[in-house]
Design a protein around this ligand. Sequence first.
Ligand code: HEM
Ligand code: NAG
Ligand code: NAG
Ligand code: NAG
Ligand code: NAG
Ligand code: NAG
Ligand code: NAG
Ligand code: NAG
Ligand code: NAG
Length: 348
Amino acid sequence: MFSTNNTYYYSLVATILLVLTFVFCSEGQLSASFYSSTCSNVSSIVRDSVQQALTSDSRIAASLIRLHFHDCFVDVNFHPPFLFHSIFFGCDASILLDVGGNITQSEKNAAPNDNSVRGFDVVDSIKTTIETSCPAVVSCADILALAAEASVSLSQGPSWTVLLGRRDSVTANQAGANTSLPSPFENLTNVSSKLSAVGLDITDLVALSGAHTFGRSQCQFFSQRLFNFNGTGSPDPTLNTTYLATLQQNCPQNGNGATLNNLDPSTPDTFDNKYFTNLLINQGLLQTDQELFSTDGSSTISIVNNFANNQSAFFEAFAQSMIKMGNISPLTGTQGQIRTDCKKVNGS
Ligand code: HEM
Ligand SMILES: *[C@@H]1O[C@H](CO)[C@@H](O)[C@H](O)[C@H]1NC(C)=O
Ligand SMILES: *[C@@H]1O[C@H](CO)[C@@H](O)[C@H](O)[C@H]1NC(C)=O
Ligand SMILES: *[C@@H]1O[C@H](CO)[C@@H](O)[C@H](O)[C@H]1NC(C)=O
Ligand SMILES: *[C@@H]1O[C@H](CO)[C@@H](O)[C@H](O)[C@H]1NC(C)=O
Ligand SMILES: *[C@@H]1O[C@H](CO)[C@@H](O)[C@H](O)[C@H]1NC(C)=O
Ligand SMILES: *[C@@H]1O[C@H](CO)[C@@H](O)[C@H](O)[C@H]1NC(C)=O
Ligand SMILES: *[C@@H]1O[C@H](CO)[C@@H](O)[C@H](O)[C@H]1NC(C)=O
Ligand SMILES: *[C@@H]1O[C@H](CO)[C@@H](O)[C@H](O)[C@H]1NC(C)=O
C-alpha cells in the first residue's frame, strides 16, 4: 500500500495539511507543542502534582476541573458601560486573581464561586514548582487546562491532548462571572442558552455535565428539590424516592446548607459514565442534572441514553468538548501576560 501512485499520495498529504490548517486556525492559535522548547515536561509536572494532591484529598481532581470551567465561562463578550468595544474574557486565569493592585473585585467572590470553588492552593503550588524548572514561561491559564486533563485521566477517565499557549489576564470580571455561569436552579432553556453564548452546543452541554460523575455538592444547591419543590409542598417528582430518602437524611430541612453530598452516589471519585446511568433511574443530584433526561421532548434525552449505554462514546465526546471549552476566548500572542504568581498581576 506504500508503493503506489504518487498522485494519490500527494493529494492525501495536501488533504491532511488542509485539515490541520483548518484545525489549528479554528482552535484560536493554541497548539499542543507550545512549550516543547521552553518547558517540555510541563504536562508531567502538572500531572505529578495533581497525583500528589490526590493522596491527601480525594476530591481535588473534581475541584480542579471545575476551576478550569469557571475560569473559561466568564461572559466572552462583556460590554462595559461607557466603552464602545467589548472586552473578551475566557480561559485567562482571571478566576485566580485576588483583590489587590488594580483588582478591586475578585472572581473568587462571585456568586457561583464564593465558598464553593476550591483548589487554589494546589494551583499555586503547581505554579511554584513550574517556576523552578521553567521560570516565567507557563501561563496560569494553561496550568488550569493541564490540571483539568490530569484530574480526569488520573480518575480513570479519558485523556486528551491539551492545546496550550493561553496567556493570563490583567483584569478580573466579577460581574461577568455572576451572570455567565449556569445556576443549578435554572431550567434547561436557560442553561442551554448560557452554553451557546460561549459556542457550546447541546452535545457539549450533556457531555460536560458528565463531569458531575465525581466531586461533591453542598446541600444548598439541591435542597429545593427535597421537601417543597417549586411551591408544590412535595419533593421534585423527578427524584427517585429511594434516593430522596437518603438525601433528606443527609440534608434535613433547616439543616446546614454547606453539608457535602457526593454528586455521583455510585462511584463518587471515579470518572466514568455512571452519571448518565444515574439519570436513567432518576438519581441526578442537581435539578439541572436530572433536567437533561426528564425534560419532556428535549433533544438531550437521546444523548444521555447514548452516553449511559456506551462509555467510550461519552469519553470521546467529553474530550472533544473539553478542548472546545478550553478554547473559549484565550488571550494569545502578546495579549495579557505570563503571571509569575497566579494570585497577582505582575508588578502589583
Ligand atoms: C451545566 C451547568 C452546570 C451547573 C448548573 C453546575 C453546578 C454545580 C454545582 C451547584 C456544584 C456544587 C458546588 C458546591 O457545592 O459548592 C457543582 C460541582 C461540580 N461541577 Fe458543576 N455545574 C455545571 C456544569 C459543570 C461543568 C461543565 C463542569 C466541568 C466540565 C462541572 C464540574 C463540576 C465538578 C467536578 C463539581 C464538583 C466540584 C468539587 O467537588 O469541588 N460542572 N456544579
Ligand atoms: C522537568 O525538566 C526540567 C529541565 O528540563 C528538570 O529540571 C525537572 O526536574 C523536570 N521535572 C520533572 C518533574 O520531570
Ligand atoms: C456578584 O454577586 C455577589 C453575590 O450575589 C454580589 O455580592 C456582588 O456584588 C456581585 N458582583 C457584581 C460586580 O455584580
Ligand atoms: C432564566 O432566564 C430568564 C431570562 O433570562 C430569567 O428571567 C430567569 O430568571 C432565569 N431563571 C432562573 C431560575 O435563573
Ligand atoms: C425556562 O424558563 C424561561 C424563563 O424563566 C421560560 O420562558 C421557559 O419557557 C422555560 N423553559 C422550560 C423548558 O420550562
Ligand atoms: C414551577 O411552577 C410554575 C408555576 O406553577 C410552573 O410554570 C413551572 O413550570 C414550574 N417549574 C418546574 C421546574 O417545575
Ligand atoms: C430508583 O432507584 C432504584 C435503585 O436504588 C432503582 O431500582 C429504581 O428503579 C429507581 N426508580 C426509578 C423510578 O427510577
Ligand atoms: C460506542 O461509541 C464508540 C465511540 O463513538 C463507537 O465507536 C462504538 O461503535 C459504540 N459502540 C456501540 C456498541 O454502539
Ligand atoms: C493599573 O492600572 C493603571 C491604569 O490603567 C496602569 O497604568 C497600571 O500599569 C496598572 N497596574 C498594573 C500592576 O497592572
